[in-house]
Design a protein around this ligand. Structure first.
Ligand SMILES: [Fe+2]
Length: 239
């Protein structure tokens, strides 16, 4: 099957094989955090998207999704492997002159791999809203879903340069928390487990939205998979 045929097909390739789009997430959240970042050899590896590349249109176009997943996300996974190799080599040789450089790079690339992996599952092709325990927690902490939406949208839109708006569960305080992450790793909170991430790097929107990051963030609320976010909260609270 070539790429064009793949895009036309209704099937998608998930970790467990060919599954239908509406089964994509249900198949992957069985009590454990669903994110698999490494392959059988323990190497960081890019998993297939949990849906085909046209699944999020018109909100996220197939070309952006393809480039974003294959090259930006895929590149980060590859680079994280290189970072680890360089650290291992330096440590084995007892040469510590470059370890600070590679350690910073690993933090950057690993965080990119993790956040992108979560990001794909946070999206779907239909509008939803938080329900159940998630909605209750949002109400307790932020007043209402609309208030949280305003908060996280403003946080994501106003990131200096590239970064992510993140809704996370903070197990040390049993609270939800919003993080304005710069690049992939800066300004995070120790211990916080991301449950909803919004990528505002230019590569996430520039082909379709040009310089209108605000429009992109507002539009994303049409395709956030709040069931996925709720599942992630439930799993994180059990940890
Ligand atoms: Fe990205």
């Amino acid at each position: 099957m070539n790429r064009k045929e793949f895009l036309k097909g209704g099937l998608l390739l998930g970790g467990a094989g060919l599954i239908r789009p509406d089964e994509a997430f249900a198949a992957s959240t069985d009590g454990a955090l669903p994110d698999k970042l490494v392959d059988a050899n323990g190497q960081f590896a890019l998993n297939p998207l949990p849906y085909n590349e046209t699944f999020l249109e018109p909100y996220m176009d197939a070309e952006t999704l393809h480039l974003h997943h294959q090259f930006h996300h895929g590149g980060a996974a590859k680079a994280a492997n290189k970072d680890i190799q360089q650290i291992q080599k330096a440590v084995a040789e007892g040469n510590f002159e470059t370890v600070d450089y590679w350690t910073k790079k690993l933090s950057y690339h690993f965080s990119s791999h993790l956040l992108h992996t979560i990001f794909w599952t946070n999206l779907t092709n239909k509008k939803s809203e938080p329900t159940g325990e998630l909605l209750k927690k949002i109400g307790q902490q932020f007043g209402s879903y609309d208030k949280l939406k305003g908060y996280i949208a403003a946080t994501a839109k106003n990131i200096d340069g590239n970064g992510w708006g993140v809704l996370a569960y903070q197990p040390y305080a049993d609270t939800l928390t919003v993080i304005q992450c710069e690049n992939h790793e800066k300004l995070q909170q120790w211990g916080a487990i991301p449950i909803l991430v919004i990528d505002v790097w230019e590569h996430a929107y520039y082909l379709k939205y040009k310089n209108k990051r605000q429009d992109f963030v507002d539009t994303l609320f049409n395709i956030i998979n709040w069931d996925n976010v709720a599942d992630r909260l439930n799993i994180a609270r059990k940890k």
